[in-house]
Structure formats: structure tokens, C-alpha cells
Design a protein around this ligand. Structure first.
Ligand code: KG4
Ligand code: ZN
Length: 380
């Protein structure tokens, strides 16, 4: 079947078309079309994503991204049916279902995708599959943005570390006792722990701002931290690792962010300028502290739940230091999955994958389109 998927939860307008085959055990996919239009440049002056602006940009970009993706898919499928037959999209171009992100995220932004999904669903007479964005990040590790891919047979117990601009959570992924037990999703999820304040990506972005680096700050901090790491120089100060030794699996990044702010103030008070060298050192120490918090709790969860498979997903999973530290704690005992660079940030392919898996389980019980609503705080 062919699934068109839409993602508009934050600042990326993304639409894909996937051809999906096979049952729940080892489904396979072929990418027929995939396009992302990023608004990052628009949000740079605000130092973060500005919801009303995000909504406006999604409304502007969605028709363009849709047309581009349909044309790409038509060419790839070699099928006249997939062509955009009429400008108003009144005729179904051979799509069997529409998957759309309905949360979590910025509600005005989410609605733009949902409204388009409902409009197309009605015109084309196809069902709509509402997808949780975080389940998308979890499944993104199996995808590729070109060609074909399969979801491999997975060993349980399975743990997911989901790290993005809005979330930081350690999730135990469980096989449902019966198909009905997981209606609305691929698996059953138990959030073992999560951030009590800022998400880790948010902390990267805020610290970057303090250091005068542009939004989004994660890649910027990471670049400077890698530079410093290569020099093998010791840092002249250390930053706290909040909640490192608490018995739970929760995180806290707000105190770490504030510690960076105080460090900058102290340095300024003592007459030191925020030189490039100091910025690089702060970036390095901040990254070390944040990643240590993530890996330490992940390691404990792996041990406690005798984890056989670890999935790391979300924007921060692109961080090289996180990747190498996670490799150290898993070694060869735990099968490890990270997304490709393209699929670590927000994209619609992951929504298509999650949509298909949900469809396989629940094709007869999908919600009525009119009941699908944006839920900014949706949980796994
Ligand atoms: O998953 P994502 O694209 O969007 C959300 O759903 O939030 O994640 C975006 C976040 C941003 O905070 C960004 O700074 C962070 O991921 N990020 C990184 C890196 N690349 C992106 N953080 C640390 N290191 C990176 N290399
Ligand atoms: Zn995301």
C-alpha cells in the first residue's frame, strides 16, 4: 500500500510517500517521495521557534511540498495514476492512507498538517492514521531517506532513549499482550524516566544562545566541543551533572544551563573576556556534562531491565559524543540503533513508518477523521 505522511509539529514542513509491504514481523518500505522544507532561517532572529510564524510558514509550504513529493513519487513509481491529475487534487493519485503527526508539538503548527490530512482524506476517500511524533522518532532508526529498507526482527526487552528539542525520555518498549492492548501505537510504552525541566536539546539551544551561537545550538556546541576534545586539553573548571546519582531514571538540565550562565558571569566579574577559547571550553564542558547524565541513566536502565536492544532517536541523537559514549556502555552485548543524520531531525518518513505499523494492527479501528485533534502534550 502507499502511505502519504505529513509532519508539521515544529519548524519542518515534511511530506513523504512510502510504499509499504509485509506484516508486522518484518515489514518493508520503499521511499517514493520525500521532501522537507525547513523554517530554521525564519526562526533564527527569535532564538527559537515562534509558533504563529511556524503555522504561517507551514500553511505556505505544505502545498508546495505536497506537489513536489507527488511528482517525485509519480516519476519513481512509473505510474500514471500517481500523477497529479488535476490541480485541485480532487482525484486520488493512488494513495491508500494518510499518516499525520497529531502531537506532541506546537498545536498551531500540528493543526496545519491535520487540516491538510483531513482535506485530502475526504477528497481521496482514504483513512487517516494519527501518529505520535515520539513514536516516529523511535522508529526513525529503521528508515532511510532513499531506496528501500526493512524493520529487522528485534530482540526484547527493548529500551529507547528519545532526545530532542522538546523531550528527554527513557522508554521501555514492550510487546503488547494482545493486539488490542496497543491500539493507537506500534508497541506498549512505559516511560521509565524523563526530564523534570528542560529537554536536553533545549538546554543545548539555550546554552548556545548564552555563548552567542545561532539557533539551533546543538550542532554548534557539538562542533566546538569536538574541536576542544581533539586538543586533549583538560578543562579549567567543571560543571554539575544534575541528578546523576538519583535512583530514578529522571533527568534535569535546567540547573546545568544556569551553571553555564553563572560561570559566564563569574568570568566577566573577574575581568575575563568571553574569548573564543573560553567559549569552546564552555561548550566542551557543557556537552560532557549533559551527555554523561544521559549515558549514566541509560546504562543503569540497561542493567536493571536486562535490555537486549537500545534505540536512540530525536534531534540530539545526531550528537557524535553521545554516539561514542553510548557505544561504550552497550559494547557488543546490546544491539544498538541510531537514525541516519537525515532522519535524526524532524521528518515525515518516520511518521509514515509509524503510520503503517499502526495500520497493520488497527486498520478497522482507526479513529473517525473528525475526532482527530492536535494534542501538544501527547505522551507515549
Ligand atoms: O527532534 P528534533 O529535530 O525536533 C524536536 O522534535 O524537538 O530535535 C531538535 C533538537 C534541537 O534542540 C537541536 O539543537 C538538537 O536537536 N540537536 C543537537 C544536535 N543536532 C541537533 N543537539 C546536540 N548535538 C547535535 N549534534
Ligand atoms: Zn522531533
Amino acid at each position: 500500500m502507499k502511505i502519504l505522511s505529513i509532519e508539521t509539529s515544529c519548524d519542518e514542513t515534511a511530506i513523504s510517500i512510502l510504499e509499504a509491504k509485509g506484516g508486522a514481523v518484518s515489514p518493508s518500505f520503499r521511499v517514493l517521495g520525500d521532501n522537507v522544507s525547513s523554517q530554521i532561517d525564519m526562526h533564527i532572529p527569535y532564538g527559537g521557534v515562534y509558533p504563529a510564524l511556524a503555522k504561517r510558514e507551514h500553511i505556505k509550504n505544505l502545498p508546495l511540498v505536497l506537489e513536489k513529493t507527488l511528482k517525485e513519487a509519480a516519476a519513481k513509481a512509473g505510474q500514471a495514476k500517481l500523477e497529479i491529475v488535476r490541480q485541485d487534487l480532487a482525484i486520488n493519485p493512488d494513495i491508500d492512507a494518510i499518516a499525520v503527526t497529531y502531537g506532541p508539538g506546537l498545536e498551531p503548527a500540528l493543526w496545519t498538517g491535520i487540516v491538510l490530512a483531513k482535506e485530502l482524506g475526504e477528497k481521496w476517500g482514504v483513512p487517516i492514521i494519527p501518529v505520535n511524533h515520539m513514536e516516529g522518532h523511535l522508529l526513525s532508526v529503521f528508515g532511510k531517506n532513499k531506496g528501500s529498507f526493512k524493520i529487522p526482527k528485534l530482540k526484547f526487552p527493548l529500551l529507547a532513549l528519545l532526545v530532542s528539542g522538546g523531550h528527554t525520555e527513557l522508554v521501555l518498549v514492550k510487546k503488547p499482550a494482545s493486539p488490542r492492548a496497543s491500539l493507537g501505537g506500534w508497541m506498549r510504552y512505559e516511560i521509565l524516566g524523563e526530564t523534570l525541566d528542560d529537554a536536553v536539546g533545549e538546554a543545548f539551544d539555550k546554552v548556545a544562545r548564552m555563548l552567542g551561537l545561532p539557533y539551533p545550538g546543538g550542532p554548534q556546541i557539538s562542533k566546538l566541543a569536538e574541536e576542544r576534545r581533539k586538543t586533549k586539553k583538560q578543562n579549567s573548571f567543571s560543571l554539575p551533572r544534575p541528578m546523576l546519582y538519583t535512583k530514578d531514571f529522571n533527568f534535569s538540565f535546567s540547573g546545568l544551563k544556569t551553571a553555564v550562565l553563572y560561570k559566564i558571569k563569574d568570568l566577566e566579574k573577574s575581568g575575563r573576556k568571553l574569548t573564543q577559547e573560553l567559549i569552546t571550553e564552555l561548550a566542551h564542558e557543557f556537552e560532557n556534562a549533559a551527555i554523561e547524565c544521559l549515558t549514566h541513566k541509560t546504562k543503569r536502565a540497561i542493567e536493571k531491565y536486562k535490555i537486549k536492544t537500545l534505540i536512540v532517536g530525536g534531534g540530539v541523537s545526531a550528537n557524535q559524543h553521545l554516539k561514542s559514549e553510548i557505544k561504550k556502555i552497550t559494547q557488543s552485548k546490546v544491539k544498538l540503533f541510531f537514525p541516519t543524520k537525515e532522519l535524526s531531525s524532524d521528518n515525515s518518513l518516520m511518521i509514515g513508518i509509524a503510520g503503517y505499523l499502526q495500520y497493520l494492527k488497527n486498520k478497522k479501528g482507526l479513529p473517525k477523521p473528525e475526532s482527530i485533534k492536535a494534542d501538544g502534550n501527547l505522551r507515549l
